[in-house]
Design a protein around this ligand. Sequence first.
Ligand code: ADP
Length: 407
Amino acid sequence: MKILVLNSGSSSLKYQLIQSETEEVLARGIVERIGLPDGMLKHETASSEKKETPAEIPDHDVAMDLVFKALTDSQDGAISGVSEISAVGHRVVHGGEMFSEPTIVTNETLEEIDRVSHLAPLHNPPNIMGIRACMRLMPGVPQVAVFDTAFHSTIPRHAYMYALPYNLYADHGVRRYGFHGTSHRYVSRRAVKIMAERGVDTNVLKMITCHLGNGCSMAAVVGGRVVDTSMGFTPAEGLVMGTRSGDIDPAIPIFLERDLGMTPEQVDDLINKQSGLLGVSGKSSDMRDIEELAGSGDKRSALALEIFCYRVRKYIGSYAAAMGGLDAIVFTGGIGENSSVVRAKTTEGLEFLGVRLDPEENRTARGETDISRADAKVKVLVIPTNEERMIARETAEIMSRETVSRT
Ligand code: ADP
């Protein structure tokens, strides 16, 4: 079946049309600058070049309409009509405690997603707009919500609870949720498959998945189930990121407000947009720039790189302790897949755990690669993530289950 995968942001909408049986990408693209001047649709298919079409795009309905026109275009399209699409899989960032599985969207589901929107105010509202646009424009086609938080729903209470007054959890949902779940799920499943092919008992496999992109998070996964993850109530907790601080003393925001007179909005902006690699280096949030600057002697960029890698290393140690052992580490995301420097620095000094990189494999890794030495106890794998493929898979699975249960 043909599954349309949508990732709907506040001003952009990314899509892929995927043939679920072969996982071939039939078409992909992005609508940019929704609600802003100079809107643009970028579209390509397996057989046609990328085409850029400027357009007036006031809202998500118009954006979706453009996507359908591009998909069904007689020259650059991939299908003859929208009726060829069996289902749409939507990335939804926050599912709260309600959703631990992909879910077919009904009006009640939408209300529930809306109810937890305060937990992801930048993400859930545009996700909902994308779903609503599809419901309007393709009535009768099932819409499936695939939640970023869902893979983390197996985290035990002692790991997801904060040591705050209990009523903050009970009344306001203040707890660790975790994000990047679709990516952690995809790469951990791939790693389980790779290890199973080597005869490893994957039911007890202890693995750490490191998604290092602009946003960064790690997950501790035992037997395919997450037991802890570094992002928390919001995606600001945990690792150092492009512009986010990750873990800090909770008293720092109080200091910023009380002693430096900052407003909550300014503190929010500081922690989420002015910190991380950008904040420390003062130059860039992009790891390629940071590595280049550090290499040419820029001290603060070198420091940013050190802090970034040290934090990942510290989490590897703590997750090995949380799981009572370690069999595999997986690197993914733009940095995890491409930076041999970061992979080397984050695993340096972990020989005591059984981690030993093969420097040549690490330097030349392309696609799925085992970069550990053959005799290393802990396998270190690079696995390119593919969230769209995972969303298409989960959407196809739920559709097949529905068909079976109806027959
Ligand atoms: P997002 O989280 O927005 O999906 P990506 O997963 O694409 O982002 O990751 C973006 C990050 O990956 C940036 O910091 C970028 O510098 C980094 N990156 C991409 N290629 C390389 C590379 N060859 N070496 C180091 N970092 C890289």
